[in-house]
Write a protein that binds this ligand. Structure first.
Ligand code: KG4
Ligand code: ZN
Length: 346
């Protein structure tokens, strides 16, 4: 049985976890920086990096103590090495390198997206490759075919905003605070999803890519018009976003070789309305639906440790060199064609 220390610091969560190759989370801690960023209505990279510096080392000591293990008992130290905010990524990666060197434990540099992509397998031992993955978070919005550890084919991405970003911007427009996803979902429960006419960008287009910028602008106009209740705007936004997701996902699934399971991961997978609709879509297509528990959907270190466990299990496993360079942009599928306007989300 292997044991991996995972470290996550790519955005605004500082997190550390100890996970075994037998899928047991021995300990995990997470510190959100919501309070620090809330006054600015979004994540401020410099504030995030400083907060990671202050919190990470004591947090790693704490998870080791929680589990009653020593660093040298670990078979690897897995840290997010990108993509993400470069300051934060460097804090986590440099810490991991120092610990790896001091304790002679191998380093595994993990792609944050790979952490999200494999997280459903931590919670569900029955989930085998291949599967279709909808990866929807604050920074990413992709549909991938996952064929194995390290084998990811990107089918679709966003040409502008990520889905979580659209939720966060809608929350900002409606004055709901940060982070916005859960607040929009809560308010939407009291509104009418058909009350406000909003666009469904790219719906029906041949390529399965996403676009949410136009939807966000329409939400702003609806709010400024003063004609609609905030709850109706929230509900109509959520419905429009969901319609886009289902349309784009259907297009992507039609375009790929059939796979037995549909999996959702990333922070937006915490949205109950979206989860339920995805489950129905999977049912209709005779696919199994897998969504990780909420705590594994938003950023966390258990998923990074688990990605390390998956890598350890490869027959040709090789540790990463201690001079591995942080990659603020790091596509999961390096062969994917760039998409117009996709920017760093590609
Ligand atoms: O995966 P994550 O924690 O961080 C990134 O890697 O981006 O995702 C955070 C994103 C935020 O945009 C947040 O608003 C969104 O996930 N989110 C939600 C919900 N919970 C979190 N969006 C919609 N509904 C939710 N319940
Ligand atoms: Zn994430």
């Amino acid at each position: 049985m292997g044991l991996v220390l995972g470290i996550e610091s790519s955005c605004d969560e500082t997190a550390a976890a100890l996970v075994t190759t037998g899928r047991v989370i021995l300990a995990q801690r997470i510190a959100s920086q919501d309070a620090e960023h809330a006054p600015y209505g979004g994540v401020v990279p410099e504030i995030a990096a400083r907060a990671h510096v202050e919190r990470l080392a004591p947090m790693i000591e704490a998870v080791l103590a929680d589990a009653g293990v020593e660093l040298r008992d670990c078979d690897a130290i897995a840290a997010t090495a990108g993509p993400g905010l470069i300051g934060g990524v460097m804090v986590g990666l440099v810490t991991a390198k120092a610990l790896a060197m001091a304790s002679a434990v191998p380093l595994i540099a993990v792609n944050h997206l790979e952490g999200h992509a494999l997280s459903p397998r931590l919670a569900d031992p029955g989930l085998e490759f291949p599967y279709a993955l909808l990866l929807v978070s604050g920074g990413h919005c992709q549909i991938l075919r996952v064929d194995g550890v390290g084998q990811y084919r990107r089918i679709a991405t966003t040409i502008d905003d990520a889905l979580g970003e659209a939720f966060d911007k809608t929350a900002k427009i409606l004055g709901l605070g940060f982070p916005g996803g859960p607040a929009v979902e809560r308010l939407a429960q009291q509104g009418d999803p058909r009350a406000v006419p909003l666009p469904r960008p790219l719906k029906g287009s041949a390529e399965p890519h996403f676009s949410f910028a136009g939807l966000k602008s329409a939400v702003l106009r609806a709010s400024e018009s003063g004609l609609h209740a905030d709850a109706d705007i929230a509900a109509s936004f959520q419905q429009a976003a969901l319609d886009c997701v289902l349309d784009r996902l259907t297009r992507a699934l039609d375009a790929m070789e059939p796979v037995p399971a549909l999996v959702v991961a990333g922070g937006v997978a915490a949205n109950q309305r979206i989860r339920t609709a995805l489950e129905e879509l999977a049912d209709e297509r005779g696919m199994r639906f897998v969504a990780p528990p909420l705590a594994l959907c938003t950023d966390n270190a258990a998923m990074i440790a688990w990605a390390g466990c998956e890598r350890l299990g490869l027959t040709d496993f090789r540790a990463d060199p201690l001079d591995f360079v942080a990659r603020p942009r790091w596509p999961l599928d390096p062969l994917a064609e760039p998409v117009r306007g996709a920017g760093y989300k590609a």
